[in-house]
Design a protein around this ligand. Structure first.
Ligand code: ATP
Ligand code: MG
Length: 297
């Protein structure tokens, strides 16, 4: 295997404790994937008048720009402690955090973000940068929240849509990489249309539907299970809310994986409602998969 080449794992930092948590997870991820780590701080020029550079007779690190450099340096040092074998670079990029990180995502294998940042307010569950980047990035986004544990299964939410198929592929790859079992959760409440224009019966037989949902789950997993025979898979069919089932599973998971959208993809929505809820309430790190990750084997 080539060591530490190819698209980097990118981690966004803003000087917050949550971003440093993200750095520790990102360093481990880069090590697991044999990829370099790239620490990025987006530096937006403030709207209020403030000294941008150091005032005369102060050290060169004074001022906002210097502070930005310090955020990056601190993160690079932290990553070095966690994964000394991983090459780490750090940059300050001018621009708004969301657009800088979306740009970075184009050339990244994975973008890692903290659940919160320096801004926000006390009750905020997930910051706006994280919500927007996880919904729109061109590569999978790992949101570091809850307990970052090295044991427990990888959990994936399956709804039978194309996007959840991509999430399933990513989840198998992650489970194989971590030598972890995979739990595939498919929850359903009522018959749901699989495609626009599908007709849903007014009267239905629950046992028949159960069998149908079993089939949806089995079909979503079939090809991937063949490709990753070493990954033990547990199927969980739940009659209830998918978001609630995934949040429950996240209590013991090392990673939860969802697609950015599912069956109900509404053009205007940043994230599907299940992904949105899990992003706000998961007890473990969460990967949001929007585009098919490049196959690694
Ligand atoms: N300027 C930035 N440069 C790079 N990454 C950033 C920047 N700002 C935020 N991030 C990343 O996004 C994560 C979440 O921060 P975010 O800004 O979304 O939350 P917040 O500051 O609590 O709330 P908000 O900014 O929405 O008021 C951070 O942990 C970090 O990983
Ligand atoms: Mg912020």
């Amino acid at each position: 295997m080539t060591i530490n080449t190819g698209a980097p794992v990118v981690v966004g930092v803003d000087g917050s404790a949550a971003a440093l948590d993200a750095v520790r997870v990102a360093a481990r991820e880069a090590g697991l994937r044999s990829r370099p780590l790239r620490v990025v701080h987006a530096f937006a020029w403030p709207l209020v008048a403030a000294p941008l550079g150091p005032a005369p007779f102060t050290p060169p690190t004074a001022g906002l720009r210097g502070q930005a450099e310090e955020y990056v340096a601190e993160a690079v040092a932290e990553a070095g402690k966690i994964a000394p074998e991983v090459p780490v670079s750090g940059v300050v990029v001018d621009g708004a955090p969301t657009s800088v990180l979306l740009d970075e995502a184009r050339a990244a294998a994975l973008v890692v973000l903290g659940q919160r940042g320096l801004g926000g307010f006390a009750g905020l569950l997930v910051g706006s940068v994280t919500v927007q980047v996880s919904a729109r990035a061109g590569c999978p986004v790992l949101v570091v929240r809850g307990e970052a544990r090295a044991d427990g299964p990888v959990v994936v939410g399956v709804d039978g849509s194309d996007l959840s198929a991509e999430a399933v592929g990513f989840a198998f790859e992650e489970a194989a990489r971590r030598s972890a079992p995979l739990v595939a959760v498919h929850a359903w409440l009522y018959p749901a249309p699989l495609a626009p224009g599908d007709l849903v019966p007014l009267v239905y037989d629950l046992a028949e539907l159960d069998a149908e949902e079993h089939r949806v789950l089995a079909e979503s997993l079939a090809g991937w299970a063949q490709r990753y025979p070493e990954v033990p898979v547990r199927r969980r069919l739940v009659r209830g809310s998918p978001a609630q089932a995934l949040v429950e599973e996240s209590r013991t998971a090392q990673l939860v994986v969802v697609g950015a959208h599912g069956r109900g993809a509404l053009g205007g929505l940043l994230l599907g409602s299940v992904s949105h809820t899990v992003l706000h309430h998961a007890h473990s790190p969460l990967a949001v998969v929007r585009h098919r990750p490049a196959p690694t084997r």
